[in-house]
Design a protein. Structure first.
Length: 436
């Protein structure tokens, strides 16, 4: 029994470490842009981690009204970062939280309708979306592997050695071990990578020393919500776009766990995300969505039980209430985390390719859908300033390679495979003339 608890706990820690960096970066960026410092910024990070845990539990707990019931972990959506900063700069913190709450209610209201759109997400779309998600995340992994953007030692030999050393250790464990050891290969890689970094003097314990042992979260800690039309419309658009990303993640997990993703299951998944955003806004946190890095972890570990995700959710809540414990995960150097990210994000790409293997490649329309959507997703990621001159309302859709690539796949699938009356024009091949 104790052995089983130890295994589940280790797997839960692995999921926490996989998503933690992505979870804390959003409050750090938004809080910094809003001028929050010291204890206020620490509180924002802690309440976000706690809400990630609560949102995860809402999603994994499948019931009659909400919860997709898949091994999924939730965190703040990166799509909302730019709009929240813009709203805060023009209307203040109150408008941010009012728009987050309103957008959550919007998602809850449209969840049933959005769930009926499952026919717009055949394997050619979901496979493309999952592939795009993995591809667009790889630059994040590589930047971390080099030391993190803006680091003074970016690309140094020590960072490269730590990053690739962590990745190599994960590969070795995956090659020569089976069962539980293989399942926690990412966690082992992160631990040994951090120990090696500590011996090199690259681990800073200041965050642990300065963090408090316990604090309570409270509703409207920074500001009561203010409901203004323009911020609400902006965040509702962000929420709708986020649902597109979540849909791809649901189908990827459904494929991994051999679970059929029905209209009703989609609707309950959307409803859980909307409810999480409402609660997040009340406690001055953020809108929440599925985290794709944890999908790669499920694929790599082969552990598909929801028990692990329940443990992950409770761990995140504890970390949010005990900042000093939560600060322990921040000591992992970026280069070590980046090495593990390469494997995890690469597995997301592999999942997308696996989903695409089911489509009919002889159909040229399918090839064009994949080509244009993946090309758009990768293109926007590589050249982020491409749509810099567009209006702010349009840039919400174009600033993210995941969003722009996903929308491209959806629109082209509608054009080629759903709109009735399509006719494929073929040009007969010229017959070879026989030599006289």
């Amino acid at each position: 029994m104790n052995n089983s608890v130890f295994k589940l706990t280790s797997l839960g820690i692995q999921h926490v470490l996989a998503m933690y960096a992505g979870a804390v970066i959003v409050p750090l960026i938004v809080g910094g842009a809003m001028g929050l410092k010291g204890s206020d910024l620490t509180y924002l990070v802690s309440v976000d981690i706690l809400m990630c845990g609560l949102a995860t539990l809402l999603q994994v707990w499948q019931n009659r009204f909400f919860g997709v019931g898949l091994p999924v972990v939730l965190g703040c959506t990166f799509t909302a970062v730019g709009p929240m900063i813009a709203i805060g700069g023009e209307h203040g913190l109150s408008a941010i939280y009012g728009s987050v709450i309103a957008s959550g209610l919007f998602v809850v209201l449209i969840s049933g309708f959005f769930g009926k759109m499952v026919r717009f997400f055949p394997p050619v779309v979901t496979g493309s979306v999952v592939t795009i998600i993995g591809i667009t995340l790889i630059p994040v992994a590589m930047n971390n592997l080099a030391g993190g953007q803006g680091a003074k030692d970016f690309g140094s030999l020590s960072n490269i050695a730590l990053g690739f050393g962590t990745l190599f250790l994960i590969i070795v464990i995956y090659k020569f071990f089976t069962g539980f050891i293989r399942a926690i290969s990412i966690l082992i890689g992160l631990i040994f990578g951090t120990v090696a970094a500590s011996l090199m003097g690259k681990v800073n314990f200041n965050a642990v020393e300065s963090a408090s042992w316990f604090h309570l979260v409270e509703p409207f800690h920074f500001a009561a919500p203010a409901f203004e039309l323009t911020p609400i419309l902006t965040m509702c658009l962000v929420a709708a776009v986020s649902l597109v990303e979540s849909t791809g993640t649901y189908f990827a997990l459904g494929d991994i766990t051999n679970t059929k993703i029905s209209e009703n299951k989609l609707a309950k998944g959307y409803r859980a995300e909307g409810l999480a955003s409402v609660i997040g806004g009340i406690f001055n946190a953020f809108p929440y969505t599925t985290f794709s890095q944890n999908v790669g972890l499920v694929q790599m570990s082969g552990i598909k039980t929801k028990k692990v995700i329940y443990i992950t959710g409770f761990m995140l809540i504890v970390l949010g209430l005990v900042p000093k414990i939560g600060a322990l995960t921040t000591i992992i150097p970026s280069s070590v985390l980046g090495g593990a990210m390469v494997a995890m994000f690469g597995m997301v790409i592999a999942s997308g390719i696996k989903m695409l293997s089911r489509i009919e490649f002889a159909k040229q329309e399918n090839l064009l859908i994949i080509a244009c959507s993946v090309g758009m997703g990768l293109g926007v990621t590589a050249v982020p300033e491409l749509f810099s001159q567009m209006p702010a309302s349009v840039k919400i859709l174009t600033d993210s390679g995941i969003v722009s690539g996903s929308l491209t796949a959806i629109i082209l699938n509608i054009i080629f495979n759903i709109i009735p009356g399509n006719r494929t024009i073929t040009i007969p091949a010229l017959k070879e003339q026989k030599a006289s």
